[in-house]
Ligand binder design. Sequence first.
Ligand code: ADP
Ligand code: MG
Length: 178
Amino acid sequence: MTKRELRAAIKARIVPMSRGRREESARKIAEKLAAFGWKGKRIMLYRALGDELDVAPAADALAADNEVFYPAVDGEDMFAVADSEDTETGAFGIAQPVGERLNAADARLDICVVPLRAFDASCARLGRGKGYYDRFLRGADCFKVGVAYDEQQTDGLPTEPHDVPLDIVVTPTEIYRR
Ligand code: ADP
Ligand code: MG
């Protein structure tokens, strides 16, 4: 299967999921992330597109004890911006905080929680095909946490040298480690 076919096949598994199932998955991910016990960390989260796992419940659990950042997309580049009440609509129609746009190193991120289209048991990641996270995370010294539905797991994902692997992938039922 080409990457494009793989993305389509996995999307077809996610689109029919019920709202209840999505919400339950988001709650389980929040519990699993909270169980790491992170305190005083600088953590980048994301605002989910309709077919991505929603980390808003995780944000609620993590924001009290940590500093949360969200992505801001600018052309080909993605930056980390500290969470703020002041938001604007960015690429893909997603809200992003207004504030200083930092690369991963300048944001001194400890942890980056990454959406994905597909992953494999070795924590290789396939994104939406634009490479934003590969560019953002290249050389970034942070703990990279993929979050996904179990249905997004696939065997032997095709990867290229520019693909940045994840350190762990958290699903509602499992934690995969690199
Ligand atoms: P995704 O990770 O979103 O699935 P790809 O890994 O296929 O997407 O990357 C999409 C494109 O982004 C690549 O074909 C490449 O042109 C560009 N790209 C990704 N990472 C880098 C990088 N580190 N340096 C330069 N270009 C990159
Ligand atoms: Mg990639």
